[in-house]
Design a protein around this ligand. Sequence first.
Ligand code: NAP
Length: 264
Amino acid sequence: MPAAHAVGQAGRNANGVDLSRLLILGGTAEAVALARALSDWHDLDVITSLAGRTRSPAPPSGSLRIGGFGGPDGLATFLRNESIDAVIDATHPFAEQISENSLAAATATDIHRLQLVRPPWEKRQGDRWLEVSDAADAAKTLPGLASRVFLTSGHQNLEAFADLDDIWFLIRTIEPFGGRLPRHFSCLTARGPFDEAGEIALLKEHRIDALVTKASGGSSTYAKIAAARRLGLPVVMIRRPEPPPGALVSDIDAALVWIRQVVA
Ligand code: NAP
């Protein structure tokens, strides 16, 4: 397992007092914000874990480790070896596998687990959303709906659009991508937050007539939704998967209350 900073054995502070240990499964702004909010909790040792998809992630407060655990068993082993008291799954709402793994591993090791899931965007007057179940479904809705599409559903899904030869795509991702791609496209790598004026300018510049996005929620990428509304464009919105069962909160304050109750 590659580790950005080695994570130690059960934490102790400078006075030799045992600390509670918390693992945050990250990859989101919420995970960063939670680690920051916990940075002055002196009775708590916080490790953030990232999958390693981003080349130069900003270091969070506390410790950082990077890379997969090797499935639910690997995560359970990590939780045991690192004497973790609680795990906070603050991963993206579409990161289904790691959330399932965290449930299985927390159950196997009998430790506390919380999901921190940002609220979804709410539809407003003027929004023209077509809600679909997945990327394949999104691809099916495009012929006849649009000829120039702003595709922002992430690099993992691009293959679903690869056979749409009559549509031109502007593909925006955080990192460069490969794999099977549509015949006609232009790409753009950029990381939010984006602003509405910039998104409107981008949509106009490329004469976009529909947007495809995951229902990610959060403020960082909401500007494209507002821009599409302003321009009267349809938005093909890929619905969120259901989170696995277990305790769930939707904001940092509620997560802090939960953490205080179970570990501090
Ligand atoms: P995924 O399908 O749920 O996870 C695939 C595998 O990646 C997991 O089984 C695990 O490998 C590893 N992994 C995922 N998150 C990890 C973490 N925080 N720490 C250590 N290992 C992790 O996830 P994904 O959709 O590929 O997303 C990967 C990461 O990007 C997530 O952490 C997520 O928060 C972030 N992200 C995802 C999206 C999205 O749209 N899916 C968008 C923005 C950010 P092992 O089984 O080997 O442990």
